[in-house]
Design a protein around this ligand. Structure first.
Ligand code: HAM
Length: 533
């Protein structure tokens, strides 16, 4: 290898943020803070309290709540098994993956792995990290059974040098493989793809049904979905969401939640918002189930004309066909039956009342019969909000009612409704419409020269900062010309010039960097002057 190539190789690797994730930098972060502050204020006014849930939850929670067949759970979750020992997992995988052995050395390795695995299971039981129940005992005895015969076969083989009886072990080895595969070492956990499931889990875990109902909670933070990244779609993205749990399912609750959301968007200055609503009824034969059956039958008739995704969804979730954005499917979808015509009387009444309640609040909406949402827990009211400047990923918020969810997660029957705003998209839309944050300048840049002036400069910086001014104090001495140049580059409004003269006379020089005007002020007068601006 040439010297040059060697040098190149030795150069430390440069790291980049993982695909679909990104750094948020100033001044943009100031806008994020403003948006989040607005959420704290608006949601607080409506009686919501903040909840912070962990980013990691058991995979099973999302599978149950969001639905194992949904794209979010089936394709997009970051899931992993956390175990105390990776070696243990390796033995388990080795035994679970071995079905036949035709070689003595291989049999030797296998027999040892099985014995390690069996011992590890016994230790895991002792440490109470595997249950000491009939199932574990049966696993152990199956593995031990295999161990006995393989150990005996190994001993015989080694002694005689012949190894004719391998086939006789196949059944035993297969049995141990099946047993090993079913051992659950460690926990399956996932990075949260959304937070509604976590909030419901927390509601149950903390017995919040004993609080005055409904309980109104909001949250903000990162979510994770392994989607194909594009503008407005990230693998780590941020949501600001709110959930109302417990109490009645009065349509006024749906409407007030939506009113709060629109007020929030308004206060943020979001432009071109459009609210779409729908009702997807409830899971009963005389309501959504009946409609889905009808929809499926209609879709079967036009199956050949649909794309592969939609064809698959006829079986798994025909409602999601309505979500399709494929150009050639639009005309077909337009002819499909509408859910509004198949709602039961209660759901129909509820939907009509939600619309009435929205009108009472002056909330403008558009009905969209195709709005079905991609998560399984919804029933009755669903809604989505789009905003301008976002391209194809233009939904800034989605939400809906999910009355059965708390019960599905092992809690008491509880009504629920909520929404989540895509904060990245909200910020993007604000930036596109010129509502981005201005770079953060400084109020005062302190240009100092000389040791005595430095001591005064430190004191001045402290006093000015205490008065709430944004102050930059250069850490090393700079010539005044250079210092003033830096002050301008940082967008400072004033430069406070401190040299020997100023320190001696007690009269400080303040330069307005926009007008270049200079004035001499005593320390006290300067503080008062800057404070009064
Ligand atoms: P969702 O529709 O999956 O609903 O997500 C809500 C919002 O999060 C979307 O409208 C979008 O703005 C944003 N979002 C989703 N995925 C991404 C992504 N990959 N990149 C950027 N933004 C994204 C839920 O999550 C439900 N938990 C909402 C809810 C709360 N329903 C009831 N309560």
């Amino acid at each position: 290898m040439s010297e040059g190539a060697k040098k190149k190789e030795e150069k430390p690797r440069k790291f980049q943020a993982i695909r679909g994730t990104r750094d948020l930098l100033p001044p943009e972060t100031a806008l994020w803070n403003r948006v989040e502050q607005t959420a704290h204020e608006v949601f607080g006014i409506y009686g919501f309290g903040e909840i912070r849930t962990p980013i990691l939850e058991q995979t099973e929670l999302f599978a149950r709540a969001v639905g194992g067949e949904t794209d979010v759970v089936a394709k997009e979750m970051y899931s992993f098994v956390v175990a105390d020992s990776t070696r243990l997992i390796a033995w388990k995988d080795f035994v679970a993956g071995t079905r036949r052995i035709r070689d003595l050395d291989e049999l030797d390795i296998y027999e040892r792995s099985l014995s390690y695995l069996s011992r590890a299971v016994r230790e895991a039981v002792k440490a109470e990290y595997l249950p000491d129940d009939g199932e574990t005992q049966s696993l152990l005895s199956r593995m031990n059974g295999t161990m006995l015969v393989t150990a005996a076969a190994l001993a015989r083989g080694r002694k005689s040098g012949v190894s004719a009886e391998f086939e006789e072990l196949d059944k035993q080895i297969e049995d141990a493989a099946i047993a090993a595969a079913s051992i659950k070492f460690g926990e399956e956990i996932s990075l949260r793809p959304e937070a509604t499931a976590s909030v419901c889990r927390a509601y149950i875990e903390h017995n919040m049904q004993q609080l005055p109902q409904p309980v109104k909670l909001y949250y903000m933070g990162p979510m994770f979905r392994r989607e194909r990244p594009q503008k407005g779609r990230y693998r780590q993205f941020y949501q600001i969401g709110a959930e109302i749990l417990g109490g009645p399912d009065a349509p006024a609750i749906d409407a007030e939640l939506i009113e709060m959301l629109m007020t929030f968007f308004d206060k943020c200055g979001l432009q071109g918002t459009e609210l779409s609503i729908n009702s997807i009824g409830h899971a009963a034969d005389n309501c959504r189930r009946g409609y889905v059956a009808k929809l499926r039958a209609e879709l079967e008739k036009v199956k050949d004309k649909l794309g592969a995704d939609s064809q698959r969804r006829i079986e798994t979730n025909p409602l999601r066909v309505l979500d399709s954005k494929l150009e050639h499917e639009q005309a077909i979808i337009a002819t499909l039956p509408h859910i509004a015509d198949h709602l039961c009387d209660e759901c129909k009444t509820h939907y009509a009342a939600v619309k009435h309640e929205l009108e009472l609040r002056g909330v403008i909406y558009r009905e969209n019969w195709r709005l079905v949402r991609g998560l399984d827990y919804y029933m009755r009211t669903t809604f989505e909000i789009t905003a301008q400047g976002l391209g194809s990923q233009n939904a800034v918020c989605g939400g809906g009612r999910y009355d059965g969810l708390v019960e599905l997660l092992g809690g008491p029957p509880t009504k629920g409704i909520g929404f989540a705003i895509g904060e990245d998209r909200l910020i993007l839309s604000l930036q596109e419409s010129g509502k981005g944050a201005a770079p953060q300048g400084r109020d005062v840049y302190i240009a100092w020269m000389g040791e005595r002036a430095y001591a005064t400069a430190i004191r001045a910086a402290k006093d000015l900062r205490n008065a709430g001014l944004r102050v930059e104090l250069p850490p090393t001495e700079l010539k005044f010309g250079k210092a003033l140049e830096r002050a301008s580059k940082l967008g400072s409004r004033f430069a406070l010039i401190l040299g020997d003269n100023e320190v001696q006379s007690g009269e400080w020089t303040l330069k307005n960097l926009a007008t270049s005007e200079q004035q001499k002020l005593t320390e006290q007068a300067l503080l008062e002057y800057l404070h009064g601006l």
